[in-house]
Design a protein. Structure first.
Length: 203
């Protein structure tokens, strides 16, 4: 399978929110999932497709989708900082479900049986290498922080797309408006850090 084709089945990233000041983005938040890799990251990781960005020696490792993610994210961070972005908040992958969440929840309600859960261990295993990449990239830049929403949707043993009252996922892995609101409220301080003008430091 070609590198990009393989990557599209493994990892992806897309912009979650930018906070603007006088027309220029000052912070950048990125939500990561486990479905596919965004083409823009692949282009940034591939010097032949993105020649204006300096790339590290490839060592012919673009067949590894996690290498594509790391190199593309690193190049994206560099470009963002060159364009005035001073703070970057990376949002770790939420759970990915093997079924369409709204349909599963609807069927569960009809059947009066709660079967829309998956083992947390399965979720952790699937996202483990993505988490390593995010941490490695974050460790290179003081401007980057990572938040992990997994505990919002998972107990110690299982993960679910709803809480009995609200549906937090629109499909297998994308947050619904209720899910986004839940995420923002849970990590309010981190989002405020990303939007702040003062340098933040952990106490």
């Amino acid at each position: 399978m070609a590198p990009l084709a393989l990557a599209t089945h493994i990892v992806y990233a897309h912009q979650f929110r930018s906070v603007h000041s006088r027309g220029r983005a000052k912070c950048w938040c990125c939500l990561f999932g486990l479905g596919r890799i965004d083409l823009s990251l692949y282009r940034m990781a591939n010097p032949s497709l993105r020649p204006r960005l300096a790339a590290r020696p490839s060592s012919n490792r673009l067949d590894n989708p996690y290498d594509v993610l790391e190199r593309g994210l690193d190049a994206t961070v560099v470009e963002a900082m060159r364009n005035g972005v001073s703070r970057i908040l990376l949002i770790a992958p939420p759970p990915e479900f093997p079924w369409y969440a709204p349909y599963c929840v609807m069927q569960s309600i009809r059947a009066h049986v709660d079967f829309c859960t998956i083992a947390r261990e399965r979720v952790e295993d699937r996202r483990r290498r993505t988490m390593v990449v995010l941490q490695e990239v974050a460790d290179r830049y003081k401007a980057i922080r990572i938040i992990d929403p997994i505990d919002l949707f998972c107990t110690q043993t299982e993960c679910r797309p709803n809480d009995g009252r609200k549906l937090y996922f629109n499909d297998t892995a994308h947050l619904s408006p209720a899910g986004i609101d839940y995420l923002e409220r849970a990590f309010r301080q981190q989002f405020l850090w990303a939007a702040a003008t003062e340098v933040w430091s952990a106490s």
